[in-house]
Design a protein around this ligand. Sequence first.
Ligand SMILES: [Zn+2]
Ligand SMILES: [Zn+2]
Length: 339
Amino acid sequence: MDTKTMLAVLKEKPAPGVTIKHVAIAEPKDEEVLVKVRHASICGTDIGIYNWIPWAQAHITPPQIMGHEMVGEIIKINTKEKTDLKVGDLVSSETHIFCNNCYQCEIKNYHICENMELFGIGRDGGFAEYATIPIRTTWKNDPAISVESMSVQEPLGNAVNVVTKAEVKGKKVLIMGLGPTGLCAGMVARAYGATEIVGVNRREYRRKLAMEIGFDRVTDKIDEKEYGTFDAVLEMSGNRIGIEIALDAVRIGGKIIAFGIPKESINIDWGKYLINKEISIGSVFGRMIWDTWEDTTKLLVDRKVDLEKIITHRFKLSEFEKAMEVMKSGECGKVVLTP
Ligand SMILES: [Zn+2]
Ligand SMILES: [Zn+2]
């Protein structure tokens, strides 16, 4: 390294906005790697952090480097253990940094660890020229995957976990919400043998994108005539109306997988839906570590899913404010940053 500082996007103050400035390059602590970031992608969560919504206020202690979806090249490994990682490897970080010490970790549910720390939220993340990642949450990428796509595996991984739980093979599937994870869910549902994939979003931009990547049909509203006809509904919107429609749209005995997080408390008619319709509702919070990453890799390497198709905008890290404007407009798929 010829320089001791790096450009980074920081949540520096407990207020809306970010600071883009040079800060010291972190040294990898015990059992961490230092990577030179190649790409990072902006997540919906980052909009909330930028806007400083209550959730962000509860989870972030400024100053904090933002960004949890990234790919970087290992330049330093600080470990006393044996590791498969080596300098030069292209790695990504799993966002859910597990403790390896609680009951959930013991039963291998690392992604819902009771003491979870979030990369780029509870500790410094990847919107910077360099980043440190704990070795236990470092994922070594398959070099057959495009480097840009490596930075977008988090939403794809979420989609893989959602679609796997929904068991879509041979099924008619409804996807509520066509943000990046909803769009990925469409591609994964296709790869996993869904017979019909319908997407719902109020934005025309997102509906168009969904059609381009292989949805069978898109709409801004499901016709009531179609209520009760979907075998599986993937609730990716986190929107109250979206959730209500999911409950009506799913067929008797069908399945809903919840992924989108509502900003408000949701009331559901327990008797009408859960009992009388005998539907099952499952949920997904993140990716199974590392099963989902392995499935995600397979989809990318076999070219069953092409993440390049949902990357619609690219910016330099220094242009973060411009990138955030695009994110906030909603007229985009994935927005990728390059230091
Ligand atoms: Zn994310
Ligand atoms: Zn744990």
